[in-house]
Write a protein that binds this ligand. Structure first.
Ligand code: NAD
Ligand code: UDP
Length: 310
């Protein structure tokens, strides 16, 4: 199999590149390095089945030779990143998805879209099942990301229904692990860099909002199974273990004995979802998938990574 991974130099993308190489695929990693890092794929550059293409997928794309699968992961993903790049975010979700689907159609390849729990917005249904249509503020600051991903799902289904492209949609819930950027603004890198520097942890609001954190290797395993499955409807992949942001801060402080870190409460950003937890019944039933790495183990591995880069 020859697989194109857009956004392959990012956090999730680089782990996907590794897994697909390990499964024997040839991997073409396509990235414009907007939020990704060359360092994430430096260890793969000499692999005989790996190649890197520096390209903005929001512009038309040509790849020579056969392609069996296209995984579309290119997009800023951290709120701080997409707030800094709202128009490239809208373009990569719309034009970029169109171009990636066009590549899959031209090559008769399977297509997999990285969608997100953000398409549920600030959810009124809890936990979130795939048949919930969501509660998104189209004109709020997060709208550039949420609506781009909602459009991406719609065009993916149109290519499936109208052109008969074999498509897959994964709705990814908060994922963490090594190779997140220390300063990407997401809660895990923020808290870990703060605790390692002995600075206060910046908890937004009262920290009572919840998230459910999935370790990256579990996510990648779910994505691999979904690609090989026959399921064209969206599937949630995430870890249902839900925690408040304040509890997460306390867990991370407890991981570093004798730290000087305390909690610093900051204003809650607009439209910050109050609760988020995946219902993973479909992933269990269709893919035989469930997460294997619990938070204690995943946080330990991630802290070890941040220690090495700080
Ligand atoms: P990331 O920022 O680390 O990776 C995104 C990658 O896409 C980067 O390497 C960036 O340079 C690249 N990119 C952005 N725009 C591009 C463009 N126009 N052309 C080519 N490359 C481009 O983020 P991540 O956490 O690895 O997220 C990867 C994907 O997974 C994203 O599509 C994101 O929406 C989705 N996702 C991630 C999470 C999560 O918790 N990590 C949750 C939900 C969805
Ligand atoms: N958050 C926080 N402090 C930070 C960064 C984030 O309290 O320094 C909160 C944020 O308000 C949200 C949660 O942590 O409620 C997760 O934020 P993140 O940016 O990681 O991702 P989101 O799930 O909101 O896309």
């Amino acid at each position: 199999m020859r697989t194109v991974i857009t956004g392959g130099a990012g956090f999730v993308g680089s782990h996907l590149c590794e897994r697909f190489l390990a499964e024997g695929h040839e991997v073409v990693c396509l990235d414009n390095l907007l939020t990704g890092l060359e360092r994430n794929i430096a260890h793969l550059r000499d692999h005989p089945r790996f190649s890197f293409v520096l390209h903005n997928i929001s512009e038309p794309v040509t790849i020579d030779g056969p392609v069996d699968a296209v995984l579309h992961f290119a997009s800023p993903a951290s709120p701080a990143d997409y707030l800094a790049h709202p128009i490239p975010t809208l373009k990569v979700g719309s034009l970029g998805t169109h171009n990636a689907l066009g590549l899959a159609k031209a090559k008769d390849a399977r297509f997999l879209l990285a969608s997100t729990s953000e398409i549920y917005g600030d959810p009124e249904v809890h936990p979130q099942r795939e048949d919930y249509w969501g509660n998104v503020n189209t004109i709020g600051p997060r709208g550039c990301y949420d609506e781009a991903k909602r459009f991406a799902e719609a065009i993916t289904m149109a290519y499936h229904r109208f052109h008969g492209v074999q498509t897959r949609i994964v709705r990814i819930f908060n994922t963490y692990g090594p190779r997140m950027r220390l300063n990407d603004g997401r809660v895990l890198p923020a808290f870990m860099s703060q605790v390692l520097r002995g600075e206060p942890l910046t908890v937004f609001g009262e920290g009572q909002q919840t998230r459910s954190f999935c370790y990256v290797t579990d996510l990648v395993d779910g994505i691999y199974r979904l690609l090989l499955s026959e399921e064209s409807m969206p599937v949630n992949i995430g870890n249902p273990s839900e925690i408040t942001v304040l509890e997460l801060a306390e867990e991370i402080i407890a991981m570093v004995p004798n730290t000087r870190s305390t909690i610093d409460y900051r204003p809650l950003p607009q439209d910050d979802p109050k609760r988020r937890r995946p219902d993973i019944t479909r992933a269990r039933e269709i893919l035989g998938w469930e997460p294997k790495v619990d938070r204690a183990e995943g946080l330990e591995k991630t802290l070890e990574f941040f220690r090495s880069v700080i």
